[in-house]
Design a protein around this ligand. Structure first.
Ligand SMILES: Cc1ncc(COP(=O)(O)O)c(C=O)c1O
Length: 384
């Protein structure tokens, strides 16, 4: 028996979700966003599986060089750009495209190119803040930045203009159209390719389907929209987080469960203990009532989440025994539903798993993954 949680990563689902993205934005080129370890799905495996994307996007320089090391040759965009000269050197050596979101990043590039003049050594996207209020130049600053970057001559290649949407998850929010219009006007005025849409923009806002799109969560099968589920959108969950029952107990009426004794059994009842806890990245604030699947049937979490275990009410699954499989989210239990119970979003649950969770990649070319029908019988692992 090999206890403990595991994340099944379905790379066919990843590719199918990318195809949905392509159909939604057929004229856009696609930066597949794989930052934060591909939203917790394993950077290298996802980068390799996303061969149909035009490029890959990470948040930080440090996330990218390993991809070149495993033979990923496609364009890679660094959404936060280079932070210092050492990162800039790495970015140039590994052919990363860089976002420039502030004057100091242009200074960094200028200083580096003054010392190491090499034609075409840096490809740059100017980031403009059209309402997100996070990174980016104000629209009025774009012209000066362009002048400054163009003066660097042939060493620098201007790839385009990008902006990030603040409210695209709400299809009725008026700000999205304003952001798209402002970015489009700037791109047209300066004759630059434009990148706007994140997943929500691509799916719900035609004006965000620009020259380049930057989908993230939809690739992993998460819904980016407030009013539609992943299933509504045809998206398939890529990650299924699973574990198993390690104990099944009959507790008497009035018995309390877990730290703080926050749950009291209303009657004599079967209680299961599942091998997953906040030490694995399962959210500690998941309240009583958060659903899990035991043997494929819904059972509510009861009491507090511990570091390595949670307890579940097995009254709806009286046949459950120790060793039975448990699904925490994914196939059969949308991660959005768990996130709603916990008061967070699908993004956070997916990317917060701890290294203790084994990843099993299925449908990975070149690797015949023996899919476990039961976590306890799991024998083959491919990937992290
Ligand atoms: C700049 C930028 N572009 C694109 C994305 C992808 O967004 P989403 O996962 O909502 O598709 C992100 C993610 O946060 C981002 O920060």
């Amino acid at each position: 028996m090999k206890p403990g949680p595991w994340a099944r990563i379905d790379l066919d689902a990843l590719r199918a979700n990318l195809a949905i993205c392509r159909r939604a934005a057929p004229t856009s080129r696609i930066w597949a966003v794989i930052k934060a370890n591909a939203y917790g799905h394993d950077l290298s495996a996802c980068a390799a599986a996303l061969a149909d994307a035009d490029g890959l996007a990470v948040a930080r320089v440090q996330e990218a060089p390993g991809l070149r090391g495993i033979g990923i040759d496609r364009p890679i965009l660094v959404l936060e750009g280079a932070m210092d000269d050492a990162e800039l050197s790495i970015a140039i050596a590994t052919r990363l495209e860089l976002v420039v979101h502030a004057a100091w990043q242009a200074e960094l590039i200028q200083a580096h190119l003054d010392r190491n003049p090499q034609p075409g050594s840096v490809r740059v996207w100017i980031k403009v803040d059209t309402g997100m209020g996070r990174l980016g130049l104000l629209p009025a600053q774009v012209e000066a930045m362009l002048g400054r970057l163009r003066r660097l001559g042939s060493a620098l290649e201007l790839a385009g203009l990008m902006t990030h949407l603040a409210n695209a998850d709400d299809p009725l929010h008026p700000m999205t159209a304003q952001q798209c219009e402002q970015a489009r006007a700037l791109a047209d005025r300066f004759g630059l390719p434009l990148s706007v849409g994140n997943s929500a923009g691509i799916l719900a806002h035609p004006a965000a389907r620009t020259d380049w799109a930057r989908p993230g969560i939809m690739l992993y099968g998460g819904s980016p929209l407030l009013d539609q589920t992943a299933a509504d959108l045809g998206l398939k969950p890529v990650m299924t987080l699973a574990s198993q029952l390690i104990a099944v107990r009959e507790l008497p009426r009035g018995a309390t469960v877990g730290y703080g004794s926050t749950y009291r059994c209303p009657e004599a009842m079967p209680v299961g203990v599942v091998a997953i806890g906040y030490g694995d990245g399962y959210p500690r604030h998941a309240p009583t009532g958060t659903p899990v699947l035991v043997r494929g049937q819904r059972a509510p979490l009861i009491g507090r989440v511990s570091m390595d275990m949670i307890s579940v009410d097995l009254r709806a699954v009286p046949e459950a025994v120790a060793g039975d499989p448990v699904t925490l989210w994914g196939q059969g239990l949308p991660v959005e539903e768990v996130a709603a119970h916990v008061g967070t979003i699908n993004y956070e649950l997916l990317c917060r798993l701890s290294p203790r969770v084994r990843h099993v990649h299925v449908h990975q070319p070149g690797i015949v993954a023996q899919e476990p029908t039961h976590p306890a019988m799991h024998t083959h692992e491919a990937g992290a």
